[in-house]
Every structure is written in C-alpha cells, then in structure tokens.
Design a protein around this ligand. Structure first.
Ligand code: SF4
Length: 423
C-alpha cells in the first residue's frame, strides 16, 4: 500500500480523538504533482494549543488502525470492517520530517490501535518519538497517546521525548467501561496516570529547584513538560453530566491533568446494540466544556451546575442545554442576586453571568479608586443585556421583579442544536 493511501486511512482513523483539539486545516492538494506532502482535505492536520497559548498544527495519525481490542464505540475495534493500514516507524518519522520541513506542521500527535500486545505497540510509538528526537534532533511538538496497560518503563521513556502524554479514560464509570471496552481496566488507567503525574511533578520540582539556585542544572530530565490530558466519550452510555463532571473533577485533583476533553459519541457503522442509535446533541459537549471551566476556575461544584430536572420535576443530574451553566445556576438561585459590585467579594463577582475572571479582577481593582457605576460596565464591554438583572452599582438598582419574572428564563433560552457530523 502506498504511503499516501496509508496516510488517508490512518489520519481518518485518528479524527475521533478529540484530545489534541483538532480543527480544520488549510487544504493543500499536491496529489497531481505526486508530492508526499499532500494534505488533501486537510488530511491528518489538526491544531493544538501549547501552554503559552500558541496554536500549533499537528500531524494527527494512528500508527495503525489494526486493533485487537473490542471497544464497542470505536470504529477501529477488531470486529469493524473498515480498511486497515499500518505505518512503519520509519514511515511516520519520514512523514513528520517532510511535513515539518514543508512548514505544514509544527508537530506530531501519534496514537495507535493495539497490535500484538500493549508493550509491543507502545514500544513502536516510543520508537517514533525516540528516532525523531535523538536521530533527527526534531524540536517540534510531540503528543503521544499512551497505552495504560504497557509497562511503566515504556511510559517513562515516552515522557522523555513527548511534550504531552495522554491516556484516555474513555468512559466515566467502571461499569460502562466493563460493558463497552471489556479489555480496558479503570484501575490500570488510573495507575498509569499516577505514574505519569509522578514523573511530571518530579520534573517540575527539579525545574523549580534549578530556578531557585539560579542555575540550569536539572536533576531530572524533561518529562512531558506540557503535562498529561485525557478524553471521555459523552453519550455512548447512560452516564449523567454529574457523573462525567465528578470523574473529571477527580482526575484534575488526583493527577493534575492539563485538560479533560469531552468527545460527543458519533454513531459508527455496524455498531453494537449496546450503543445508542443517535448521537447526543452537540451542545451537550459544549455545556460540559463550559461546566469544566467553571469547576476549575470559578469555584463552582458539580452539584451546583448539574441540577436539571425532567418534565416531572425529578432531578436528572444533567446540565441545562438551553443556557450556559453559569446563567442556569444564577437563574436557579435568584435570591442571591443582585450582587452589589461595590461591596461583593471577588468570588461573588465571579459568579455573575457575563463576568469572567479578567473583568472580575478589573472591577475589584477599579472600585479601590472609585465606586463602580453602570457606565463602567459598558466601558468594560460587558454583556449589559445579560448582567443588568444580576448586579447593582452606585447608580443602578434592578427591580427584583425583573429578576424574578418567568420571562427571564425564556429571554436567555437558546434552542438545543442537533449533533452535527464530525467531518
Ligand atoms: S483500544 Fe479500543 S479505542 Fe483504542 S483503537 Fe482499539 S478498539 Fe479503538
């Protein structure tokens, strides 16, 4: 099979992995000129963000989509009849270097189906990164998807070459994992995450130590300097948003993950009868990202956010789909508003719908000089139509009737968007 054909299959197979935050890439088609660097249809190129906020384009591929595991939600599972392909280590290295030299990419995102054994597959993945770094002095970004069942030594070596490592937890509950991904094991996933976390912490500590001593001598070599991340599939099982967010919260706390990615389940051909026939609404994935942000940076708890009820008024532990989670929380807790922007503490200001971290800090800073007025909110370019019900200033005191009115719910409600196809 020609390299270009393999690239087509193995880039397509990698598109379901959201954990490098892919997006559309510029289309270049050099098929007619026979060039190996053709990225027809944006094939295999995704974008990711570095810790300093830079957006980098990555070659996003699988080493192989042959897989001996039978994860029901995955198009590459052993019983799937998709076209299969396998790169050699040398081919991935060559593609990465060629694309890099042509300025198509700034790095590589490499994952793989499991062939022969977890250790054998992981050895191959590590070999790609080792060859790029040691033989070709490749300085671009490398994100390796690691296999939790592989030997800790292999994961430790992966950390020496990769900028970021990730292990997918896939599903939020052990029961669902057993049902839909029988070869995977929640404990070994968390054990491997803990090992990676240990390596990352040791590296950070040695960096801090070197900084304190004002020298560049690191006691530990760089280990996954951009941290670790994971991905959870949303809507393939019956897990509620509360369960998904509790799981994410636990992972952030236990292993200091950089990101948890939420990937809305897409129905796949010849799917198992254990899977739903329909994808969840795309907006559910979006609401989870919003709630994830509120948990990490705004001091909210899962219970405060995932409180929706069904038509009978029973708690269903889901996020509201028709409003962002912060607004939904504010509307469900109207007795706490309006917040006086001249006296409220920072944490309270942060809970006002439409006020983010930067503007909350600006408000606190500004009021040390003089009292906040309504016009200041306009100057800060805050969404006045939203926040005017929730705040009071020196010259603005909203009627509590306006805040209590049922109209407010409808005013801020947006229809749930149906799931779009991924590609
Ligand atoms: S291990 Fe599971 S999720 Fe990963 S490629 Fe194989 S079948 Fe797909």
């Amino acid at each position: 099979m020609k390299l270009l054909q393999k690239l087509e299959i193995l880039a397509d197979a990698a598109k379901y992995d959201a954990s490098c935050a892919s997006s559309a890439a510029e289309k270049r088609d050099s098929t007619n000129s026979g060039g190996i660097g053709s990225t027809s249809g944006g094939m295999g190129i995704c974008h990711s963000y570095t810790p300093d906020g830079r957006c980098v384009s990555l070659l996003k591929i699988l080493l192989t989509n042959f897989c001996q595991y039978e994860c029901a939600y995955c198009v590459n599972r052993t019983s799937s009849n998709v076209p299969r392909a396998r790169f050699t280590v040398a081919e991935v290295v060559k593609l990465t270097l060629e694309f890099y030299k042509r300025n198509y990419i700034e790095g590589l995102f490499l994952s793989s189906g499991i062939i022969q054994s977890a250790n054998y597959t992981m050895e191959q993945v590590v070999e790609v990164a080792r060859t790029l770094r040691l033989q070709h002095s490749f300085a671009g970004y490398i994100h390796l998807k690691t296999i939790p069942e592989a030997a800790p030594e292999l994961l430790a070596e992966a950390g020496l070459y990769a900028d970021r490592l990730s292990i997918n937890v896939e599903l939020p509950s052990e029961v669902s994992l057993k049902q839909l991904a029988p070869e995977k094991n929640a404990r070994s996933i968390e054990r491997s995450m803990a090992n990676l976390d240990q390596g990352i912490r040791a590296y950070k500590a040695s960096k801090l130590d070197a900084k304190k001593k004002r020298n560049n001598k690191l006691l530990k070599p760089a280990f996954s300097p951009s941290g670790q991340s994971t991905q959870m599939i949303v809507g393939a099982d019956q897990s509620t948003d509360a369960t998904i967010l509790q799981k994410a919260n636990g992972l952030y706390r236990s292993f200091k993950l950089k990101r948890v990615y939420y990937s809305a389940f897409s129905p796949i051909p010849d799917a198992s009868s254990d899977l739903p026939l329909q994808a969840p609404p795309l907006v559910r994935e979006h609401r989870l990202y919003q709630a994830d942000w509120l948990l990490r940076f705004y001091g909210f708890t899962v219970d405060e956010l995932a409180f929706s009820t069904n038509a009978n008024g029973d708690a269903v532990n889901m996020l509201a789909l028709d409003k962002d989670p912060k607004l939904a929380w504010a509307l469900a807790n109207r007795e706490l508003f309006p917040i006086n922007l001249n006296t409220a503490d920072y944490e309270q200001v942060l809970r006002v719908p439409g006020i983010g971290v930067i503007n909350a800090r600006r408000i606190i800073r500004q009021r040390r000089i003089r009292a906040i007025r309504y016009n200041d909110l306009i100057q800060l370019k805050l969404p006045i139509q939203k926040i005017k019900y929730f705040v009071s200033t020196l010259d603005h005191h909203p009627h509590t009737q306006a805040l209590d009115g049922a109209m407010l719910d409808q005013q801020f409600s947006v229809g749930a968007t149906p799931q779009l196809t991924l590609f």
